[in-house]
Every structure is written in structure tokens, then in C-alpha cells.
Ligand binder design. Structure first.
Ligand code: GLU
Length: 503
């Protein structure tokens, strides 16, 4: 299907039963993109009719995910619109009335089969190696019998009468024509005994009432679509265009799940991913612009998105690619913007991955700005700001003795390296990186060590880590006094480790 040229009305209709995962959010994102492209409307509707599975935290997470990804909606909770309310539990009466109308028109019927009877039926079918299905017994119940069951307090449902023969078809925008034989379907519930509609009935009534033109949803719903087509027929309304998007698999080809790591947009936010990078990455799960372009700004995605380039085979979730993409977005950012993103991560409590609690908040913005060029190119995640920069902010560092020993260096040699480095540090007339580099290179020559042999223990002494940004820029940013202190401390660490390691 080529892209609609008139404004679409699309909806994201999550059930607040769990934290929305990437696959679920992808539907929201495709809807949003299509609405932007056609200057249509993006509607949010909360499908909370299964009250036993309602989860307030999940609902909160849905809105938080949309906000974080910048998927603003034109109509829906918190925004209002001409089709309020946008929460299904508040639309109960609409569904009850429609279900009763379907009974009156002969398309549906009341059923008083009890859960126990249904269970016994399924058991018998299982024993006879038949597929479990409802046998339509309610079709033969008289209004009086139903009335009696109702008075006796038995649960009453409304089921749709599914024709016994024939077929229904629809044209899926991605997979083309799909046909289902009706003999495979049983009479299914449209209104539950608690007077709540099933998803099947509720979403159709709402999509119709809200003027939804395109239903974009996961392809796990394809098998339910014949039911939806039958409800449309019974109601005498036209179905929307269906766009069933493919499943998302992990790299091992198994359905994406917790086993593969983070699966919700909010987890990625907390892991230090940028909303723009996640947006870009999710768009490419099942869709591609048709060439090799991967890194695309929102506007470009909105311009290039096309339904006919959505794949019909499953998408693969490649977490490494997401990390790479995040790195690209970070590199493309100017330093002020990067700083704005890093600060909340660095200023979190230490227990949540922030800088040591001993570092006073708010941290020195000017100082951070000076440090950013040293790490900017290498950052892939916003959380890495803390681990790559913590030693600049900390009062002191605690290098491990084994890290202080450079390659092919023993304690004695390392001690000599550090002791001479300390002297030079104390007498340095300038702490500019270029000056330090000249001086320390000359020192290496003088004490007959390779530059790397001298620099490695200094790096560990001043930063506490074997890997850090370029040494002389780092020393310069740490400053002379703290460098002196840290090298002195490293020497005492080394000396106290000496007897044990020479045993
Ligand atoms: N409430 C359904 C879900 O969360 C919506 C499916 C649809 O988009 O029609 O999966």
C-alpha cells in the first residue's frame, strides 16, 4: 500500500497491564510518524476494560514513554478532543448499548453458560482430541431461561453469532489479501459478565466513533481480525485500513523478551540512551527508507516513512546497533547540549550511578564544560559521563597497586617512575598540556624508560584507572596540587603493597 495522501487518523491504544515494551511503542511511533507526514491526527486511547489486569504504574509508564520519545498526541487523555472520553472504562455504556443492539438485530445472543460448564466442555474436547471451542449452546437458550439464570445470579455474557460457513477477507497493507474460513471460529464473547466489553467489541466501536482511518498494530492481532471483520459486518460499518507490523525478535531469533535485556523505552532512558537515538532506532525495526541510510533526524523519518517499506518478516533487535547509534547522536551534539544531558546522570545519588556523594552538587558547570572535549568522542551512553569523569570531581582516587604496575614493570621501576614524576610535577612551571607533555617525554628519556612505561603509572596514579582520556590534558584539568597529592598517595599504595608482592 502506498502512503495515504489525505490526513490519517491513527491511534495508539495500549492496555495498561504492563510497562509498554519496544514493540508496543513502535506502533505508537509509526502512528505518530504517519500522522505527522499526512498532517493527520494521532489519538491515544487507553484500553483498560480488563480491570483485573489494570496496573496504574503501567498507565503512568505509557505516558512517560510517549513524553520521553516526544510522541505528542492530538487527542486523548490529558488533551481532550471531540470524542471524549478516551479511556475505555469510562465508555462502558456505549459498549453495553451496542452489544444489546446486536442481540436485537439477531447478530448476537445472551449466553448463561457457566465457567464450570465451559471448563467441562473443554475437557471433553481435549479428551476427544478436538480443538477447544465453544459449541454455540447459548444460541438455543430462550429469553425466559436467560432471565431465570440472571435472577439466579449466574454470569451472563453476550456472544457474537459467527456464521457456520463462508469466509471473510481483508487486505492488509503489508501482507496483502488474507482470507479466513469461518468454520474455524466459534461464537465469541463481546460483552463479559461484568458488563465490560471484550477488546474485540470495544476497539471496533471506538475506532469507528473516533474516525480512525488506519489501524496500525502488531501482527499478533492478524488471527483476531476475522472476528473484527464480523463485528463490523454485524454493526453495518466499514473496517479501517489494517497495517499489521511484524514481530520483533532478538538476535537469537527468539521473540524479544526480558531475556534479551532491557525491553522498554524507559529502561533505555535510564540506561543513558537519548530519546532521538531510540526514536531513530525503533523506526528501523521493520521499516527502512530503501537505501542504506540509518541515522536520520525525525523530520527526515517523517518525510521518508512509507507503509510499503514496512517489512513483512520479523525485525531483529540489535542492542549493539542501538548503542552505536546512541554514540553517533552523542558525537553529533554540541557540548552545551551534551552537558545538559549528562548532568542529571552525574548528579544522581552515588547509589543510583551518580558521582560519589562526597562531590558537592550542583557540580561545577564550567569545569565540566572544560572536561567534555576530552571524552565527547568516546561516549556511547549518557551514564558513561559518571564513570569517565568521576576522578576529575573526586577529592582523591584509590588506585589499585596492580594497576599502578605498568607493562613489564616491577614495583621498584614503577616507584622510580612515580617518584621522578612527582618531582617534575612539583617543579612544573606550567601545567598546560603541551608543556607537560614535553617535560614528561624528556623525563622518560632521562630515566631511560619508554614514554608508555612512565605515563602508565602516572595515569593510574592521577585518575585511579588504567584507561582515561589523554594524559596531559587530564593532568592539566586535575591541576597541579591534586596531581601532586595523588601521585604521593599512589607511591604510598605501592610501598605498602611492596613486601607482599616481593615475597
Ligand atoms: N489494547 C490493545 C493492545 O494493547 C490494542 C491493540 C490494537 O492496537 O488494536 O495490544
Amino acid at each position: 500500500m502506498t502512503n495515504p495522501t489525505t490526513p490519517v487518523r491513527v491511534r495508539y491504544a495500549p492496555s495498561p497491564t504492563g510497562i509498554p515494551h519496544i514493540g508496543n511503542i513502535r506502533t505508537a511511533l509509526f502512528c505518530w510518524v504517519l500522522a505527522q507526514q499526512t498532517e493527520g491526527q494521532f489519538v491515544i486511547r487507553i484500553e483498560d476494560t480488563d480491570r483485573s489486569r489494570y496496573d496504574a504504574d503501567a498507565e503512568k509508564a505509557i505516558f512517560e514513554s510517549l513524553d520521553w520519545l516526544g510522541l505528542g498526541w492530538d487527542e486523548g487523555p490529558g488533551k481532550g478532543g471531540p470524542h471524549e472520553p478516551y479511556v475505555q472504562s469510562e465508555r462502558k455504556q456505549i459498549y453495553i448499548e451496542a452489544a444489546h443492539r446486536l442481540v436485537e438485530s439477531g447478530h448476537a445472543y445472551f449466553d448463561d453458560t457457566t465457567p464450570e460448564q465451559l471448563h467441562a466442555l473443554r475437557e471433553r474436547q481435549r479428551a476427544a482430541k478436538q480443538p477447544p471451542r465453544y459449541d454455540g449452546r447459548g444460541r438455543h437458550r430462550s429469553p425466559e431461561e436467560i432471565e431465570e439464570s440472571c435472577k439466579a445470579g449466574l454470569p451472563i455474557t453476550i456472544r457474537l453469532k459467527v456464521p457456520e460457513f463462508g469466509s471473510v477477507s481483508f487486505v492488509d497493507a503489508i501482507r496483502g489479501k488474507i482470507t479466513f474460513e469461518l468454520k474455524e471460529l466459534d461464537d465469541f464473547v463481546i460483552l463479559k459478565s461484568d458488563k465490560m466489553p471484550t477488546y474485540h467489541l470495544a476497539h471496533i466501536l471506538d475506532d469507528h466513533a473516533m474516525g480512525i482511518t488506519h489501524v496500525i498494530r502488531g501482527d499478533e492481532w492478524i488471527s483476531s481480525t476475522p472476528r473484527h471483520l464480523l463485528i463490523h459486518q454485524a454493526l453495518g460499518i466499514e473496517p479501517p485500513e489494517y497495517v499489521h507490523v511484524p514481530l520483533i525478535l532478538g538476535k537469537d531469533k527468539a521473540k524479544l523478551s526480558k531475556r534479551h535485556g532491557a525491553t522498554s523505552a524507559l529502561e533505555y532512558r535510564d540506561l543513558g540512551f537519548l530519546s532521538d537515538a531510540v526514536f531513530n532506532f525503533i523506526c528501523l525495526l521493520g521499516w527502512s527508507p530503501g537505501d542504506d541510510t540509518e541515522v536520520m533526524k525525525r523530520e527526515e523519518i517523517v518525510k521518508r516513512f512509507s507503509i510499503d517499506r514496512i517489512n513483512d518478516s520479523p525485525a531483529t533487535f540489535d542492542a549493539e546497533k542501538l548503542e552505536w547509534m546512541n554514540g553517533v547522536y552523542i558525537r553529533n551534539m554540541d557540548e552545551d547540549t551534551l552537558m545538559g544531558h549528562l548532568l542529571p546522570f552525574m548528579e544522581r545519588p552515588e547509589s543510583e550511578g551518580g558521582l560519589p556523594d562526597s562531590v558537592t552538587r550542583p557540580i561545577d558547570r564550567e569545569y565540566l564544560k572544560r572536561l567534555l572535549p576530552l571524552v565527547h568522542e568516546r561516549l556511547k551512553l549518557l551514564t558513561e559521563g559518571t564513570e569517565t569523569l568521576d576522578f576529575f570531581f573526586a577529592n582523591n582516587v584509590s588506585p589499585a597497586a596492580e594497576d599502578l604496575l605498568g607493562r613489564k614493570m616491577d614495583i621498584e621501576m614503577t616507584e622510580r617512575a612515580l617518584a621522578t614524576a612527582l618531582e617534575l610535577c612539583k617543579t612544573a612551571t606550567s601545567f598546560e598540556p603541551e608543556h607537560l607533555e614535553t617535560e614528561y617525554r624528556a623525563l622518560a628519556e632521562q630515566i631511560e624508560m619508554k614514554p608508555g612505561q612512565l605515563f602508565s603509572p602516572i595515569r593510574v596514579a592521577t585518575t585511579g584507572k588504567p584507561f582515561a582520556p589523554p594524559l596531559f590534558d587530564t593532568m592539566s584539568a586535575i591541576g597541579q596540587d591534586r596531581c601532586i597529592e595523588r601521585i604521593e598517595n599512589a607511591l604510598s599504595v605501592l610501598r605498602s603493597a611492596a613486601p607482599a608482592s616481593t615475597d
